[in-house]
Design a binder for this molecule. Sequence first.
Ligand code: COI
Length: 355
Amino acid sequence: EISEAAMGDSESHRGFDESQPANVNWDELGFGICPTDYMYMMRASKNGEFVNGELNRFGNIELSPSSGVLNYGQGLFEGLKAYRKPDGGLLLFRPEQNALRMQMGAERLCMPSPSVDQFVSAVKKTVLANKRWVPPPGKGSLYLRPLLMGSGAVLGLAPAPEYLFLTYASPVGNYFKEGLSALNMYVDDEFHRATRGGAGGVKTISNYAPVLMAQRCAKKRGFSDVIFLDSVHKRNLEEAASCNVFIVKGNVISTPPTEGTILAGVTRKSIVELARDNGYKVEERTIPVEELMEADEVFCTGTAVVVAPVGSITYRDKRAEFRTGTGTISQALYLNLTGIQMGLMEDKKGWTVEV
Ligand code: COI
């Protein structure tokens, strides 16, 4: 499975020795790129069939300056994690959900996509080839980043004639510098993340650069991240730059519905299910910002973020504070979800996949 060319230069490539444990300080992991040994690549031409996938050494790729992805943003990404169980086994969490989401996004961007089996197999191969980079239990996870891009050359606006699917990996710890502590979020009502009829509901690369400006402003002012409101009324909760948002009031948990402007997070969907299994009422509905500010608890969900408690939200001249820590619903859901993901709790849902 590992291409000959890739195997050939093991000494010279980056001077790594795969027989050695990865040279990582597992206690210092944040969410930064740490190059690993291999990435998986698979190409499709105009007929849309992905063939000849293989592992290559991790490294730069060559793209036409007029590729669809560089010129017109014809690209998608995914994110999922592999955890090392206490018995040494490796677990993925619902990888087929990422595969299906990539297929939905590909349709929206007029791209062919790998089958669910091709996607899951590529992810598994990437994990196994980079096994020494999967953190020990409790120290983090190996983050997998599948990409799908129009790699072929275009000049006029049109779908690219060739496509590249690529999956790389990086060991990661907590996404936010706050670690597991509560986040302080800022509601931005000037910029918007998504619009009706746009592509906010799929994981296109072009949903992310436009939030950087709002994120930079918020971070400069000491906030952890930005929360966006809907672009029509400038009033209803949408999501944060990097994750979905939930509120808790009494025993009811609510989150905005995935009707085109909200990213259909795999963690979001899993938390909705787990909360219902645990007896909570969960509503997917419009949430006015006033209601957000009056919640008992607010938390964020995402593959990178996992389940992160929000301690405060600032909106215009108001700052609201929320319950965090011991005894909160968000903490219980965090422990339940990560217990399953890390192989510490029985997986009654059949969500985890052994690599
Ligand atoms: C993830 O949570 O996996 C994402 O893709 C979000 C990204 C901004 C880190």
